[in-house]
Design a protein around this ligand. Structure first.
Ligand SMILES: NC(=O)c1ccc[n+]([C@@H]2O[C@H](COP(=O)([O-])OP(=O)(O)OC[C@H]3O[C@@H](n4cnc5c(N)ncnc54)[C@H](O)[C@@H]3O)[C@@H](O)[C@H]2O)c1
Ligand SMILES: [Zn+2]
Length: 277
């Protein structure tokens, strides 16, 4: 376990050789990500998003069906402001490292709690968005996704062109069920994986936070990437206390040193537990 791979291209991030080896030889890998993975793309985490104009609100006043029923315009505006902020955001090296992992392991699934669409933009294909996608809008009555709508009255969200109900973001709010098919796919992969990477999530929002526990209970190695400790940290086999934009590329470089080094092949070997020289 102690025998970290120190890679000069990822200063400060120590990847245990045993972890590098486990990832390189894993057949089934699942990654669970949260808002922290997008922090380095300038997308605020939930806590940070409630700043400025929105600082006086509690998430429960903005991200629940009852909040929308009471203050539909306020909730619509909050999501519209987050959608606008997202237009400037691009995937970061952490998102891209997960694409690299997907390319290299035989079976891979990325389950994200993020609603920003950045994993798909980075090129992740095997992806379930457990909490929906901020860029989509749907009818609050029949759930149909809507692409166009007329300008709303000043004090209301826009309305569904078919039935006239208010439109809402196609995200999962607190107190709402996750899309059953997405959760089932993630849960099934968690049961069967040999390694799970949990990155940038406070691991407090269920049922997503239950996925690493499921993986662990079924024998998987669980690795956490988060600068801070979470309720999950004690359960993990490895906890890498670093930003995902550094730690995930370091993990890829440690697991597949020849690939990560590019044509010159000059990366240190992590495979045989010798660590970097
Ligand atoms: N980007 C998004 O799509 C986005 C943004 C805000 C909130 N949300 C929603 O809010 C809910 C909150 O749960 P959550 O666990 O995803 O987020 P969270 O805000 O509860 O936790 C974020 C976690 O990321 C960690 N973190 C911060 N910077 C990091 C970095 N650079 N690298 C790695 N980790 C870092 C923090 O220590 C924290 O543990 C979710 O349901 C999610 O759908 C999504
Ligand atoms: Zn409708």
């Amino acid at each position: 376990m102690t025998d970290p791979v120190n890679d000069s291209r990822h200063p400060g991030v120590r990847i245990p050789a045993a972890l590098a080896k486990a990832l390189a030889s894993a057949r089934r890998v699942v990654a669970l990500t949260g808002a922290g993975v997008s922090a380095e793309s300038g997308v605020p985490t939930f806590r940070d998003a409630l700043a400025g104009l929105w600082a006086r609100y509690d998430p429960l006043e903005l991200a629940t069906p009852s909040a929308f029923a009471r203050h539909p315009k306020l909730v619509w505006d909050w999501y519209a402001s987050r959608r606008d902020a997202l237009r400037a955001a691009a995937p970061n090296p952490g998102h891209r490292a997960l694409v690299e992992i997907e390319r290299r392991v035989p079976s891979f699934l990325l389950a994200t709690q993020n609603v920003d669409g950045l994993h798909a933009k980075a090129g992740s294909r095997s992806l379930v968005e457990l909490h929906g996608n901020l860029e989509r809008v749907r009818c609050s009555r029949d759930g149909e996704v809507v692409d166009r709508w007329n300008a709303p009255a000043a004090d209301e969200p826009p309305r569904c062109p078919r039935c006239g109900a208010f439109l809402r973001p196609d995200v999962v709010w607190f107190e709402e069920a996750l899309p059953a098919e997405a959760l089932e796919r993630a849960d099934d992969a968690a049961r069967r994986c040999d390694l799970m990477i949990v990155a940038g999530t406070s691991a407090e929002v269920y049922p997503a936070a239950g996925l690493p526990r499921t993986a662990k209970a079924h024998g998987a190695l669980v690795v956490e990437v988060n600068p801070d400790a979470t309720p999950l940290t004690p359960l993990c086999d490895h906890a890498i206390a670093a930003r995902s934009g550094l730690a995930l590329p370091a993990l890829v470089a440690a697991a597949w040193p020849a690939h990560a080094a590019g044509p010159s092949g000059a990366a240190p070997s992590a495979r045989e537990g010798g660590g970097a020289k």
